[in-house]
Design a protein around this ligand. Sequence first.
Ligand SMILES: N[C@@H](CCC(=O)N[C@@H](CS)C(=O)NCC(=O)O)C(=O)O
Length: 212
Amino acid sequence: MMRLKLYSAAQNSAGERVRIALNLKGLEFEYVPVSKTTSPDYILRNPQALMPTLEVDDVNITQSLAAIEYLEDRFPNPTLLPADPVLKAHSRSFALAVCAELHALTVRRVRKYLLADMKVGEAKVDAWYARWTHVTLSALETRLADRQSETEFCFADFPTLADIALVPQLANARRFKCDLSGFPIMREIEARCAVLPAFVKARPEKQIDYKP
Ligand SMILES: N[C@@H](CCC(=O)N[C@@H](CS)C(=O)NCC(=O)O)C(=O)O
């Protein structure tokens, strides 16, 4: 039997994506809280010094979407992708817009760099965060509004990669006081996810290292 360990932290939203995926697939895993991503031990696992890292036996898989796709390959049931190739592409595209663009531009190390090194000031860093959140979420809301058939979740009647990316990012946006009132479809899908045990168990406050 394969041994799965997830190196993450309670408030690590990229890690929350992998936690949701593991839970949706009903996989047992050991959750290992990371206190310092730059520690020599952790760097050996993840040279980017970013969380999460999924350890599978002795192999370290970095980047949350790559880790989720790995789980999908190894444990295809239940699937985290729509069967239809176009919807599958939409689900991946949606997840990439969140993870590779919105999250990448607004993540803590970027904000810290703008604040501490570029000295642009807190108000401007907040404006940066709000801008990239609004630009990406607006496009994604339009994408959802344009769906040919309305599904319960983003692109299927079950949660897929898109929903896994969406939920932690909306929580982040709220934490930074972004106005989400213009995104009713996303909020409705988020509410459906919020009651599913796989999403509940993955929430920051449910992790052993959570500090309010
Ligand atoms: N694209 C990466 C993003 C990973 C990332 O930026 N992780 C952040 C937290 S969400 C991190 O580890 N930051 C370093 C730190 O907080 O010490 C992924 O999806 O795995």
